[in-house]
Design a binder for this molecule. Structure first.
Ligand code: PRP
Ligand code: URA
Length: 209
């Protein structure tokens, strides 16, 4: 079963409070999502492998380390996942960025896929799939299916806020995928919104209704 990691760093939790706040406007919301994504990426990349190198300092040779060259991929689930992308790739700029386009049918709450574009060397990459919200889990499950169908073998899922019901379904469908969250909230309401959540992440990021 994939592990669930709630990243309780004080800066993440502080910023998440203002992300949730209904009075936070689009500009600030977008900036905060970007900042929290960077902080979460810092935690998620903690186990990246290093290789030993020698670097010449002005004083002499120093034994030091660089990333061992593991190929990384970041895959935002469109559209709200876009709001987290820059925050991550500013830490790992060599990562390739794929996209999976999904929206939740407002009646059935089932995910509808409308776009997929991934790096060509999918099998060799370690992926981080990103979406601010994991509600019923349908979108995350479908995105993970989509990556695996194309050969991805090593995937992490990173969301800001999740509902326990959705997390359980993702764990069941994809037991090999570790899930990283800023918060595990209480529950879903009867419209499939996370309670207390933050409302509609895409609308708040892009100023739509
Ligand atoms: C939101 C969110 C997730 C999905 C989560 O996207 O960004 O992708 O809902 O819900 P689920 O876990 O029940 O599938 P939405 O469908 O609103 O599309 P958008 O990103 O284009 O706004
Ligand atoms: N999608 C959102 O943007 N918010 C929720 O609470 C659930 C799904």
């Amino acid at each position: 079963m994939g592990n669930v990691h709630v990243l309780d760093h004080p800066l993440i939790q502080h910023k998440l409070t203002f992300i949730r706040d209904v009075s936070t406007g689009t500009k600030e919301f977008r900036e905060l999502v970007d900042e929290v994504s960077t902080l979460m990426a810092f935690e998620i990349t903690r186990n990246l492998q290093l290789q030993e190198v020698t670097v010449e300092t002005p004083v002499g040779p120093a034994k030091s380390y660089t990333l061992a060259g593991k190929k990384l991929g970041v895959v935002p689930i469109l559209r709200a996942g876009l709001g987290m992308t820059d925050g991550i790739i500013k830490l790992i700029p060599a990562a390739k960025v794929g996209h999976v386009g999904l929206y939740r049918d407002p009646e059935t709450l089932q995910p509808v896929e409308y776009y997929v574009k991934l790096p060509s060397d999918v099998e060799e990459r370690e992926f981080i799939v990103i979406d601010p919200m994991l509600a019923t889990g349908g979108s995350a499950i479908e995105a993970l299916n989509s990556l695996k169908k194309r050969g991805a073998q090593n995937i992490k899922l990173m969301c800001l806020i999740a509902a326990p019901e959705g997390v359980a379904l993702v764990q069941e469908a994809h037991p090999d995928v570790d899930i990283y969250l800023a918060s595990m909230d209480e529950k879903l309401n009867d419209k499939g919104y996370i309670v207390p959540g933050l409302g509609d992440a895409g609308d708040r990021l892009f100023g739509t209704k």
